[in-house]
Design a protein around this ligand. Structure first.
Ligand code: FNR
Length: 366
């Protein structure tokens, strides 16, 4: 189908399933174990209903905001997903370019299939990128990577904390990882195991002994804002704020790690309440990812207190099917849907969106 026939983010997924190699589809689409969390990530949004207000002048709506001080066109970023070359020969550069065209942020993954510098070289002048870090058991490797990223202008460090061990993604494991292991991966990871799926092949180096104590060391090696990605309870969000981090990403890794982890949107309200109760909600940014597929999903996350939301699979499916124009079109759809929802909800700017605009009675504890 032509790009103009892609009416929403789900359309890209259907096309991707048909055009991706079986190995790429298995790696991108899989969740862990029974994939209950993966399915729940989007389904949880279905339990949140809207409380629209009428007779507000919504001729002009403004979706702009800031994320870690960077001005963006709307509150969405493309989050880190490994191995973009499985889906497109130009890999992560496609995602960076798409993000630039829509003035939003791209989070570069540690396990990119292009080298980090290739991705940064593809960025537009002045474009802001973030870095996702898998912490290497050899801390010097991580230190060099982080400091190099900071030198190249990266504006936020997101340390992934939900993967001390890789989840079992059985669809992926049934595939043998036969693609050439990209250079960057050979460098970060000494033992590439090609016999148990893409995920296992590339992730042996991740340090399972990482703790809260390591935060101070990260502080000492960089001036970038540091956030942790993969927080799944209010307790840990509070600890993150107390540890002096700049924020958290509520995430269960797209349902690829602990099956039966809660969806980010479902814990957002209690996280914000816990932070507020301890007066830790100022200068602390809470992001969510997992199952964001519609403009209404963005609206709901903002209403419950998120500073912004990340998309993973929708972006890689758009990249894999239509390249840069696909990513551009997808981001346009998200922005247009958000504008429509804002108008129909009777709000003109993100700052007017609040918790009263959503009904969360069907979310646990509320
Ligand atoms: C991921 N994710 C991920 N996260 C991370 O911190 N480092 C990584 O290398 C990857 N790699 C990765 C690969 C693929 C194929 C997927 C689908 C996901 C998790 C990702 O950042 C994010 O949390 C989820 O993708 C968000 O959920 P959705 O938008 O895919 O539903």
């Amino acid at each position: 189908p032509s790009l103009s026939e892609m009416y929403n983010s789900f359309d890209f997924e259907s096309v991707a399933k048909n055009v991706l190699s079986p190995a790429a589809w298995a790696y991108y689409s899989s969740g862990s174990d029974d994939e209950v969390t993966m399915r729940e990530n989007h389904n949880a949004f279905h339990r949140i209903w809207m409380r629209p207000r009428v007779l507000v002048n919504v001729k002009d709506v403004d979706t702009t905001t800031t994320m870690l001080g960077t001005k963006v066109d709307f509150p969405l970023y493309i989050t880190a997903t490994a191995l973009a070359k499985l889906g497109h020969p130009e890999g992560e550069t496609v995602l960076t370019k798409g993000a630039a065209m829509n003035n939003i942020i791209y989070m570069v993954p540690t396990l990119a299939s292009c080298s980090f510098d290739e991705i940064m070289d593809a960025a537009a002048p002045g474009q802001v990128n973030w870095l996702q870090l898998y912490v290497n058991a050899d801390r010097q490797v991580s230190k060099q990577f982080v400091q190099h990223a900071e030198k190249r202008g990266v504006k936020g460090l997101f340390i992934t904390v939900d993967a001390p061990q890789l989840g079992r993604r059985e669809k992926d494991m049934r595939q043998k990882y036969e693609e050439e292991a990209p250079d960057e991966i050979e460098r970060t990871n000494t033992q590439v195991n090609r016999n148990a799926g893409a995920a296992r092949a590339i992730s042996n180096f991740i340090d399972p002994s990482l703790t809260w104590e390591d935060v101070a060391w990260f502080r000492s090696i960089t001036n970038m804002p540091i956030l942790i990605k993969g927080v799944q309870t209010a307790e840990d969000a509070v600890l993150a704020a107390k540890a002096g981090l700049q924020g958290v990403v509520l995430s269960n890794h797209g349902g690829r790690q602990l099956d039966f982890a809660p969806s980010a949107i479902e814990i957002l309200a209690e996280v914000m309440d816990a932070l507020r109760a301890e007066q830790l909600d100022k200068n602390f940014e809470v992001y969510v990812d997992g199952g964001i597929r519609r403009g209404s999903d963005i609206f709901k996350a903002i209403a419950l207190g998120a500073k912004g939301v990340g998309i993973g699979r929708p972006a890689i499916y758009a990249m894999s099917t239509y390249g840069v124009s696909g990513v551009d079109h997808l981001l346009n759809l998200f922005k247009t849907e958000l504008e429509m929802v804002m108008r129909l909800m009777g709000v003109r700017s993100l700052s007017e969106i609040n918790r009263n605009m959503v009904d969360i009675r069907n979310i646990k504890d509320h």
